[in-house]
Design a protein. Sequence first.
Lengths: 329, 443, 181
Amino acid sequence: MLETAATRDTTSSPEGEHRWTAKDLLDTDVLTRADIDLILETAEAMAEVRARPIGKVATLRGMTVVTLFYEQSTRTRASFEVAAKALGADVVNLSASGSSVEKGESLVDTVRTLEAIGADLVVMRHGRSGAPYLAARNTRAGIINGGDGTHAHPTQALLDLYTMRRRIGPLAGKKVVIVGDVRHSRVARSNIWTLLAEGADVVLCGPATLLPHTLAGIGEAGSCTVTTSLDSAIEGAHVVMALRIQKERQESGLIPSMREYITGYQVNARRLAAAAPHAFVMHPGPMNEGVEIAPDVAHGLASVVEEQVANGVAVRMAILYLLATARSI
Amino acid sequence: MKADTGTLIRGGRVIDAGTGIDGRVDILIRDGYVAGVGPNLAAEGAEIVDASRSIASAGFVDLHAHLREPGFEQKGTIASETEAALRGGFTTVCAMPNTSPPPDSATQVEALTERILRDARVRVFPIGCVTKRREGRALAELAELAAAGCVAFSDDGSPVADGRLMRHALELAAALGLPLSEHSDDPVLNANGVMHEGRISERLGLQGQPAAAEITAIARNLALCEATGGRLHIAHISTARGVELIADGKRRGLHVTCEVTPSHLFLTEDSVFGRGPSPAYDTNARVNPPLRTESDRRALLAGVNAGVIDAIATDHAPHATEDKLCEFDDAAPGISCIETALGTVMTLVARGELDLVAALRALTLGPAAAFRLEGRVPGIGSLADGAPGDVVVIDPAVRWAVDPAQFASKGKNTPLSGQELTGAVRAVVVGGRLAFERGVVHA
Amino acid sequence: MSGEPHLGPDEIGRTVRRLAHEIVENNRGTGGLVLVGLLSRGVPLATRLAAAIEEFEGTAIPVGSLDIGLYRDDVTRRKAPPSLRPSSLPGIDGATVVLVDDVLFTGRSIRAAMDALVDFGRPARVRLAVLIDRGHRELPIRPDFVGKNIPTALVQSVRVHLRELDGEDAVYVYGEEASHA
């Protein structure tokens, strides 16, 4: 199922460098190693731009980036807006409330309208899995998936990977534990694809009712295993990624109580002691401190959460840049 | 008006479960009824339909189609959907009652019958509701519905979830001699599910409909069938275990029959993902019950081949474009398949997955017997003398690609767009009259 | 198509040393000099120039690298640009920045480089040193220090190979020369 390089267009420039050719970024499952490396290298250049006194360039001047968020989000939307503006693009923010979206305009009509008014790229977040795919099929504008239902969150996975590689280099053979409500996590899914592409050993951990059934063992490189024991998962782990556990899961009977979850699955200092030396802790945010992650760990030396957020702007700049420049080919 | 000189379907390989015929013979139809089947029949003045390189069968009988009228004419009308049925080789269609208003009283059935007489291109039998307004709360007046001409009862689209209501319905229907065609699923287990719960639903982040929802419902229905002596017909079966349960029920002498759709014989959950590297979230593959796994599909094929599954019934469900051009969770379930049914069946035969004789039986005699239609129209679904002059001529070798824009149905919602199929309807005779010929329009 | 190089390693070495002297002479010494190479091949050239200057002047000159990908004027138009890399510049406020590139052609890269420099600070002055000038300027850009002038036809191309990146030092000219009417 993880079909990658064979079906992707890998035209290269005369210098033999890999190019980005896709109109959209909907998930990380179709990215080749070359695609991922291109995104991360470009992100490095963007990070350098951000570090300058004037952290902006005018490269995408004249382009319009629309953020179309059907689901609430402060950090992801703000991150994209900063990224687009840092490249000199014009940004329009649309949200589900107070726009024609609420009046029942269909998604297809909405994206077609956006295209007609000049949107070049649309960053979309939607509560229904698959919505960005529908949008992408029905508009010439480039669609960047900012999160769809429980399916995918490619930009998060890419900034997570960027963060990991900056800290520990290539991930081949490294053990990465993802703990929490993996079954309903779009962050987990997109991370699984990138980590497998990198040849990492992914361990998915959580209560049985919150684990996927069919994702173990997939991928051409690396490995993906599933376990309900965090103690065994965290042993020797190089990276521990904690996922947000939502109250709704308890309300719908998937976990008996938050207390039981905390006892079994909270990422805390005691458990981290069994991880590899210099292991670090990641979280896509926002954190429920005291639930999936102990407060001292959330703000401790091992936590790279703030780095993730900072890296998010650079990675999103890279993605906007690559999609925008591919549009003229 | 001149005397009917008849129609001769000449030289086809006639396969008819009703009479046991399988051979190259002619079919003669006079005055709208089968007058004889045999080699080199003489028929002066008869219209000749050349079936020399074809298969000839009794016209197909569909136990399950959604004609959408009254109430949903933007999705389909009796006129458009029976034209589609005709082109699919179906000369008899049973209309499911999830219309608006639904036929839950004699008045509604009479109004529906008027429309049918006025607009239908093929024979249409109405199916009446089990419960008032299909709400699943109170039984409809079943005896009235039967007297008005309903051939079966169903709340299709929904199950009769209340076990006690289902039990009473089976008892009453049994007394009327009519089957209850039940959409078997457990709505609580299936809550919010939009496709088969399994590998693909997990991959796509879509809520799943577990096989257990259908299996538990079938088990419940079989137990009630046994307790009441009623006639139970399981609609659109989709699980391997469901087929096993029905086989077991039949072995034990229960009055149970069942049907499977051509879509479930041909496709699996992979159709939702599509063929590309990126998921398609193909809403055209959204249907209830959902397309399931390859092992379920194989069990369904085996069920048809073994005769455990009595009928191939299309569950033809046309939808308007906007009902499918939306997010998967919001898409209306259903496949417009009455025009691709025969093509998919013949392709499965060509691949060696379906037995030709068993498949044709499941399209003709099987369904007619399941709903005991021969009591209303003697010989229906067969080519016995006196049977209605409904014949379908099939070209088993023609290769064609599905193009929904060419459908007569208003519903272009098929996951088979572009799919190459082997085998197609070449001609259809209805009541002795050549009503459809591939590539030719008949009034 | 490669054939004989137009310039070989010895000539390139001599040219670099001459350029280094010219830069120092023009600047009346090494004060305030910063050499900024345009990625990719401007960078090893800038490094070599700095090494040569240090050799005969005894002073180390700061060297930086500049990626102009984000400043090109054709970015959202035609060809996809090569991958971006981070720039790395020492302080340039008040400095005499010498931009260094391998081939000067239309001048658009240099325009982009000047735009980029502005984002890093405010040099006192900006000079341009190129190994090869092949003509066909599309913008009013003039080099201050030129290694070699090689007049070319538009259909030709000039490629500089440097051992740091390409394993050899050579300048190649490809393609047919224009026939003279």
